[in-house]
Design a protein around this ligand. Structure first.
Ligand code: ZN
Length: 122
């Protein structure tokens, strides 16, 4: 939850006890719209690579690495890095052992370079 949608939800609740005029309805609708926009934008911002700001989901580089490795390259923990920027921070190429068993590593579509890093020896 974020503050804006809390605000919109709270406002709606308060207004329920008042005589609902058309104007108030419009204010609530506008706030709702703003809250939705904020939520969508926030979600998108979360997907952007911290370094190059490309959308990691659009690049198909949505993946999970081991906690220790992630804390080494991103001590703040929050945020996303594309494969290239993570490897730049790490100073080496990722190997299959660096990844977790998370579904995003096995089920999501991957970019060719992520696919190459994930590829396990047959
Ligand atoms: Zn990047």
């Amino acid at each position: 939850m974020n503050e804006l949608s809390d605000l919109a939800a709270g406002l709606d609740w308060d207004i329920g006890y008042l005589t609902l005029t058309e104007e108030r309805g419009e204010v609530v609708a506008a706030l709702r719209e703003l809250a939705d926009w904020y939520e969508a934008r926030k979600d998108q911002t979360d997907r952007l690579c911290l370094d190059c700001e490309q959308d990691t989901q659009e690049m198909r580089e949505y993946y999970m690495v081991q906690d220790d490795l992630w804390k080494t390259v991103n001590p703040d923990v929050d945020g996303m890095l594309c494969v290239g920027c993570l490897e730049t921070r790490l100073g080496r190429t990722l190997t299959p052992a660096d990844f977790t068993e998370a579904p995003c590593n096995t089920e999501f579509p991957h970019s060719p370079r992520l696919q190459a890093r994930l590829a396990r020896a047959a």
